[in-house]
Design a protein around this ligand. Sequence first.
Ligand code: PLP
Length: 419
Amino acid sequence: MGSMTALRPLDPVALRRDFPLFERDFGGRTLAYLDSAATSLKPRAVIEAVDGYNARYTANVHRGIYTTGEEATAAYEGAREKVARFLNAAESAEIVFVRNATEAINLVAATWGQVNVRAGDRIVLTELEHHANLIPWQLLAQRTGAVLEFIPIDDEGRLDQAAYAALLATAPRLVAFTAVSNALGTIDPVREMTAAAHAAGALVLVDAAQAVPHAFVDVQAWGADFVVFSGHKVLGPTGSGALWARRALLEAMPPFMGGGEMIREVRLRSATWNDVPWKFEAGTPDVAAAIGLGAAVDYLAAIGMENVREHERGLTRYALELLPREVPGIRLFGPRSADERAGIVTFTLPEAHPHDVATLLDRDAIAIRAGHHCTQPLHERLGEPATARASFNVYSTTEDLDRLAAGLRSVQRVFARSA
Ligand code: PLP
């Protein structure tokens, strides 16, 4: 998470004008949208990029020898260039467009895993993982007889690095972990963990679904082998996402799905494959979504990811001070310091189930997430079946958090009355 531009404060109130959802009336209020870790709101630049393709140059890509076909191909491949620059990839051929982070991880498990993982091989994961970075490995382990191992966490949600070192001593094939926990906000030391895995002969997959939206991700500085993320959490459209992998790895991997686009020459009983990245993009891609993702990363690059990080660090610090002060008995999860976490604050109230909290907050036009956040094993480790989560993005304000604190106080009053 390096440095690109000089730090300047980000003005969320000014940025909100770019997000049409804030123009909608929710009973006389704007929406306090505190669920950006689930999906982010979309700025006008993204909506217009998608509409522009649908309205003015709809065509399939890599086929049409006519004006709109060429425009569509240029915009689609241009979006790949933008994503490559945003992640500091060495070349755009290392960016495979997928529907989301889930698809990217399944792609790696099904292709790289099929060729490289054998019975008894070890795959190291962590207790923090989203189901998207757990189930594909469970499926691979069931198919191959590989063994899954897990890096445990401490009580603040940090990975136990001594336990990790012990797991690396067993010479695993792959280490797959999240750069930022979607449930606790914990930032993991990607560079150090990657270097240690490589020294032990393992490849590394980083789930950057919660890192790309919140901090500058430099895939070359990280040095991992696979990095995945979803466009819809990075101000982009649903249906957009990317797998980054080093070219040599992509070239050595078999295809994921078969069909048009991914082939070079087809005979009735055999075929040869297209170059990377198209070898992994069978069928007509979600052209509009990819173009929208290109617009989203342009929008974020113009703001500067360091500024995004600083803004969210400030909001996290504010929330970590405000909530225990204003909401008696609230239990906060994850690292105590805002420096160790992204813009995600997870909590429970002693008197109310998180689902009831979220339902009551919704009456005040405050949107938070409640549940296990697709991390059931982590919640088992925390000893809570469910938690409530507030998460931020560039348009989030301290006023949203003040509304959250006031909303939680009124939830407590409702439950005090009914007790
Ligand atoms: N990994 C992490 C850390 C996530 O937070 C999420 C989504 O919440 C995913 C993976 C899966 O993302 P998607 O559902 O967009 O594939």
